[in-house]
Design a protein around this ligand. Structure first.
Ligand code: 3HC
Length: 699
């Protein structure tokens, strides 16, 4: 039974029970509506309690239904349930234990009272899937808590806890443990006091008069422009709440305005793309297979540079004590002070709770001695990319750590099998590739080597989840998923430059596409000198250097290292991150283009720039599927969304290509092949998927 109904004296208990999360799909909606209507008609029921039999109170509408071609019939919709609650003449109390998100919160708002446990959490995460609260959320919330808070909840999608909900008036009563008993007692107390029905819809509540909140709406729009560039639903959310104000004495009129905009969001490809990301993230996390993960109670990190420090922070944030090893005291001290600064900033910005910085620092033990790592059951090596060095470290870790310990490398492209073979425990070696800054970026590529055992892989997945990361499985292959794809993207961006398109045009086109920054801004941010020094150190012959590398060399020889010294591909005024084109660099590009034999032409337009830079991602992504390096196109999308800033509202490169139509994408790739040669050879997997007229997932 998805809904259980029972009576405690005059109190009717209606309990939702639709695992895993009480999503309001048809199979929950119908019996829920019936139970509410029956209780409304039944004279023996004096008050109604709306409860959940699960850990989650209600996760909102069933997102899977949104992919269906037909919307639910109005008589069985979530709005119909909220209506039934709204017109019920008896007090209805939502007894919220766990999360009430989206439509779940709207359900609670259609009740007269909200009694909560300390575990209650309320949020409107619709914005994260390109939607807006579509069952009265944008109309009831500002009436209950005011326009400013309603805007914040609907736009940031973040949860409000029980204490905050009580403080802002979203919840009425905190219930003790023994929730059902406490809720029944609350209902009986209300009945005894003759507590009235109290419909949020019945009046304007905290809504301001039209015009009074203009500044608040302006502020919301400025926030959207800064933080939610390219996305459509945030503006519609603001409009819905504006409509609540405009129709303050006519709830139904505001509701109709909300409905209209909700349906337009549902039809918008952005909501399809964002829902795809929601499910793809969860599918990727299942990539470990069925093996049981081992317990991880103590960890070790080798290297306390940018990556090692960030990884150590992840262990500490997950509550796992971690020993960090460096070659010398000075490097160790430097690394620790960066970690401390990062923790303090995180605490200040509210990313970690008050006192969290101190608690996390206490979990980190610095050392320069491999002997101090004994007792760690999981080690991550995070030193610079040199295979011989990494092999030596793996051999030392193998000697220093207990025989059960798992050894991981944070390499971004090197061969995991070679590192495994430097140990006596190759089955317990794998890659865990974090992305910089490792304490912030959510992606972790989990690299299964030839020898890695199933429980080693499962342990890495479980560890990543404990760190609140998104793990994605990859086979062991140069550059794994993300960096292999990135190299095609960067190569093409440089080609555009040498053919005559200025860097600022390439960057602008890709920013307009939705990336947080273009490729040349990114190189300036990372620093041109890193690659240059590595090439010089390795003695890479000139003829083997790619055109982009040649430009990097030329810029570094002129002491143009990037943002760090205010001069790279662009110039930067002191203290500014705004790139300013430099005519000298334009001249340098032209000279080099001539030397390398490029035929210069007019600058490419935005459409060509986007195709030239995005389609290598799709083509290489297809090759990765064909080779078995990635298991699913949706995994590739997750890598690009969470690791490389690909706009989530476009769903990731593979979803984007599917939305464009794979046959059209293939035709363009064939056109580029004719113009530019072998690097554009279409991947077989793409050819097959396009011919079959299906997406990659079904290929
Ligand atoms: N619809 C359909 N399936 C859902 C769902 C939803 N709203 N919410 C979660 N699920 C599924 C997940 O896909 C997952 O399925 P799987 O086991 O097959 O992978 C399963 O439920 C468990 O989810 P999680 O792995 O995410 O479990 P957690 O315990 O970590 O988190 C949660 C639970 C906090 C509820 C989280 O799943 C979540 O945030 N869900 C999304 C909530 C949301 O976006 N709600 C708004 C929906 S739109 C709406 O309500 C429109 C309305 O305004 C009209």
């Amino acid at each position: 039974m998805t809904v259980n109904v029972s009576d405690r004296g005059p109190v009717r208990l209606i309990e939702m029970n639709s695992p895993p999360v009480n999503a309001l799909g048809a199979k929950l909606r119908m019996p829920l509506l019936d139970a509410i209507r029956a209780a409304s008609r039944d004279d023996s029921a004096g008050a109604l309690l709306l409860l959940s039999g699960l850990k989650t109170w209600c996760a909102g509408a069933d997102i899977k239904e949104f992919g269906l071609s037909e919307l639910p019939a109005p008589e069985a919709s979530l709005n119909a349930i909220c209506d039934a609650l709204d017109t019920c003449s008896k007090p209805v109390i939502a007894v919220v234990d766990g999360v009430a998100y989206g439509g779940g919160l709207e359900l609670a708002l259609a009740c007269d009272y909200r009694a909560v446990s300390a575990r209650a959490r309320f949020a409107f995460p619709e914005v994260n899937i390109g939607l807006l609260p579509g069952a009265g959320g944008t109309q009831r919330t500002p009436r209950l808590v005011g326009v400013e808070r309603a805007l914040r909840m609907c736009l940031d999608g973040k949860p409000v806890n029980a204490g905050q909900a009580l403080e802002m008036g979203l919840a009425d009563r905190l219930l003790e443990d023994g929730l059902t008993e406490a809720a029944c007692a609350f209902a009986e107390e209300m009945l005894a006091a003759g507590a009235p029905v109290r419909k949020i819809s019945s009046g304007p509540g905290k809504l301001p008069r039209p015009g009074e909140a203009a500044e608040v709406f302006d502020g919301a729009r400025q926030l959207i422009a800064r933080r939610m560039r390219g996305r459509d639903s945030p503006e519609l959310i603001v409009q819905c709440i504006e409509q609540a104000v405009a129709c303050r004495d006519d709830f139904r009129a505001g509701l109709a305005e909300e409905r209209r905009r909700f349906v337009s969001c549902l039809k918008n490809p952005q909501s399809k793309a964002l829902s795809h990301v929601f499910f793809a993230e969860r599918a990727a996390a299942r990539g470990a297979g069925g093996a049981a993960a081992r317990a991880v109670e103590r960890a070790a990190v080798i290297g306390c540079g940018t990556m090692g420090g960030g990884i150590a922070m992840n262990f500490a944030i997950a509550g796992i004590p971690v020993t960090v090893l460096e070659t010398g005291e000075e490097a160790l001290e430097r690394g620790l002070s960066v970690i401390r600064g990062n923790f303090e900033r995180s605490e200040k910005s509210g990313r970690i709770p008050p006192g969290g910085a101190e608690r996390s620092m206490a979990l980190i033990t610095p050392t320069t001695d491999y002997g101090a790592l004994d007792g760690a059951d999981f080690a991550v090596e995070a030193v610079y990319e040199n295979l011989d060095l990494k092999k030596r470290i793996f051999t030392r870790l193998d000697r220093a750590l207990g025989s059960d310990a798992i050894l991981a490398s944070n390499t971004s492209y090197l061969d995991i099998d070679r590192m495994a073979e430097a140990t006596g425990r190759p089955g317990q070696v794998l890659g865990m590739h974090f992305f910089s800054p490792a304490n912030i970026m959510r992606l972790v590529e989990v690299i299964e080597g030839r020898h890695s055992s199933a429980d080693t892989v499962a342990t890495a997945f479980s560890l990543a989840s404990r760190m609140k990361k998104v793990p994605v499985w990859s086979a062991n292959s140069n550059g794994f998923i993300g960096n292999r794809m990135l190299s095609g993207y960067m190569f093409e961006a440089f080609e555009l430059l040498f053919e005559g398109t200025p860097p600022e045009s390439v960057d602008a086109a890709l920013r307009d596409f939705g990336l947080p920054m273009g490729p040349f801004q990114m190189i300036d941010l990372v620093g041109l000198d890193l690659g240059w020094r590595a090439r010089e150190l390795a003695g890479k012959p000139l003829e083997e250097r790619k055109p982009g590398e040649r430009l990097g060399d030329a810029l570094c020889e002129r002491e143009r290292f990037g943002q760090k010294n205010g001069r790279g591909i662009y110039n930067y005024s002191p203290g500014s991150r705004v790139p300013e084109p430099d005519p000298g660099v334009a001249g340098l590009i032209e000279e080099l283009a001539e030397e390398l034999g490029y035929k210069r032409g007019p600058p490419a337009g935005a459409e060509e720039i986007v195709k030239r830079c995005m389609y290598p991602l799709v083509n290489v992504g297809s090759a990765l599927l064909e080779e078995g390096v990635a298991r699913a196109a949706s995994d590739i999308d997750i890598v690009y969304v969470y690791g490389y800033g690909f706009p989530a509202w476009r769903g990731g490169p593979m979803h984007y290509a599917e939305q464009q139509g794979l046959d059209g994408v293939l035709e363009d790739i064939r056109g580029f092949h004719d113009r530019f040669g072998a690097r554009w050879t279409p991947a077989q997997r793409l050819v097959e998927a396009a011919a079959a007229g299906r997406g990659f997932g079904e290929g």
